[in-house]
Design a protein around this ligand. Sequence first.
Ligand code: ATP
Length: 248
Amino acid sequence: MMEFHDVHASYDAVVALHGISFEVKKGEIVCLLGANGAGKSTTLRLISGLIHPKKGEISFNGQNIHNMSPESIVKLGISHVPEGRRVFPGLSVTDNLVLGVSNRTNVSKQELKKDINEIFNLFPDLKRLQNALGWTLSGGQQQMLAIARGLMAKPKVLLMDEPSLGLAPIVVQEVFRTIEHINKNMGTTVLLVEQNASMALAISDRGYVMETGEIVFQGMAKELLNNPEVQSAYLGGRVKGGCNNEFS
Ligand code: ATP
């Protein structure tokens, strides 16, 4: 479905990716793991067309997308839930959701209402808070709203950048359960960027571990969780215990 082939990326003189190759297959949850600065967010920015590679190819369903604009990429069915949630603080929950359909043309009022109701069934908290302004929501509620807004685009692939960032462990578990539900029940493919390696691997099919712009480990999520090198370097030597096993 999505493939990176020898992709290099830089910000002026700063080289962020030194030629990475990986794939995401339809229906999978794939996680990109790694410490700060490893190149995870850069990888998502490349897919969404926010930056373009210096070299290499990115394809989606066989089509090269690495020179396309963000607008064209969203229209292909790729939706990016950015790090830091970025909900619109002065808009209500419902108005934030409405902005999520901007990639779809000719959405009737009826269709919009139906889609919002489906989202409210999936996120009952957002239904209760539908008239609340973005800034009044808790961090967890804002994260749910950011995911929900991403879903309003009816994406084939959801790119999620650090959904656990800054959230309490119990909220993190809820967010990850929601991601798993979306994947299993709505058939949405997910590419998940996380520093919380154990939580991400627990819901993923496969994973890639990045270090300073390169992929250093890859495999099935279970294999990575049980790999002694990955455990000691990236899981704090422990694989159980969930949210404490973050990169430092
Ligand atoms: P984090 O979890 O901190 O976001 P990351 O794995 O997502 O880490 P990136 O944000 O992709 O890493 O950063 C990869 C490299 O590119 C780092 O060396 C970083 O300093 C650099 N970088 C990222 N964004 C910019 C930018 N806008 N300008 C210059 N350098 C940047």
